[in-house]
Ligand binder design. Structure first.
Ligand SMILES: [Zn+2]
Length: 333
């Protein structure tokens, strides 16, 4: 018995030595790297609403696109040197299935933002189990092409042929005005041109609607005017069974800079002073409320909550779960 045990031990020792000499997993073949990703959507419930974040793409925000004090911007450049991913940014749209209708809030870039790493939203929508034809309403936060490009193809076809599109009147009047476009700086011209081309087929079909004030578009949804980034920049707040989700558009572009320094603006802000004031007011309000925030440029899926941290704010992202039909847990206050 003792002899058999010691022989087994010797055999095991030899096998271990052999594997040590050859490398621990030498017998396993190399595996290919797959170089693709899981489908770009993420769902959760807000009361009875099913909210699905739809991935459009990722990019990098340029430090020269940010405006802050010299001291703040020197700090950003220094931090960026040590952390090249400091200004990584995402783009997303959000689908709300109320149980009766499909409402899309912002639609990504389509082919109007350089293509490449962007323009995935329609594919993400299909991956999530829906078709563009099934979308009945599109609410747009503003008319920059990273939010409305997905509406229209380059040859002027509606991507969402059955959708009624809603936008603030101040927003539509600004970007679709030939007079304002003619006087705008050269750098801003592409934003006017794309807005006009993207809106045109919906206007022609009678599916371009503007609102002012606090008119009702959908039951359980409030308009939240957030002017500054653009003249009619608007958030949409949905409530269901005591839970709320706010689609806040471009309140934040560079999450790791502007939450600590809400005074830092982006060169794309049409009214820099108003953009900073709107961000200050909204962040302060949201940090004291239990409202789920949906931000197209926050790290995908762009869903989270806000808390005070020092003189600024921190972002508490929604944690991945496959329990999508349960409410997202609320942090302890
Ligand atoms: Zn944007």
């Amino acid at each position: 018995m003792l002899k058999r045990t010691s022989m087994r031990f010797a055999a095991a020792l030899l096998a271990a030595l052999a594997s040590f000499v050859a490398g621990p997993n030498a017998a396993l073949p190399a595996q290919p790297q797959h170089q693709d990703q899981a489908p770009g959507f993420y769902r959760l419930k807000v009361g009875d609403l099913e909210v699905t974040a739809l991935y459009d793409g990722t990019g990098v925000f340029g430090p020269r696109w940010l405006n802050g004090t010299t001291a703040t911007m020197d700090g950003v450049l220094k931090a960026l040197h040590e952390d090249p991913h400091l200004l990584d940014v995402a783009d997303a749209g959000f689908l709300v299935n109320t149980g009766k209708q499909l409402i899309l809030v912002d639609v990504g870039t389509g082919t109007w933002w350089g293509g490449g790493a962007f323009g995935r939203l329609a594919g993400s929508l299909r991956s999530a189990g829906y078709t563009p034809e099934a979308v009945g309403i599109v609410l747009v936060t503003h008319l920059h092409s990273d939010h409305v490009g997905g509406l229209t193809t380059q040859d002027g076809k509606r991507v969402f042929p059955n959708a009624e599109v809603y936008v603030a009147k101040a927003e539509s009047d600004f970007w679709l005005s030939p007079d304002i476009a003619a006087k705008a700086p050269k750098d801003a011209q592409p934003f006017f041109q794309s807005a006009q081309a993207i809106a045109a087929p919906y206007m022609k079909a009678g599916k371009w609607h503007t609102f002012s004030g606090s008119g009702k578009i959908v039951d359980g949804m409030e308009l939240v005017p957030l002017p500054g980034h653009t003249p009619g920049h608007t958030g949409y707040e949905f409530s269901s069974r005591g839970q709320k989700v706010l689609f806040w558009g471009d309140i934040v572009h560079a999450v790791r800079v502007q939450l600590q320094h809400p005074e830092v603006t982006a060169m794309f802000d049409v009214d820099q002073t108003a953009a900073a004031a709107t961000r200050h007011q909204l962040l302060l309000k949201l940090a004291s409320e239990d409202v789920l925030i949906a931000g197209p440029h926050m790290n995908f899926p762009g869903l989270g909550r806000l808390h005070r941290e020092g003189s600024g704010y921190s972002w508490a992202p929604v944690v991945f779960t496959d329990q999508w039909n349960k409410p997202a847990p609320s942090p302890q206050k």
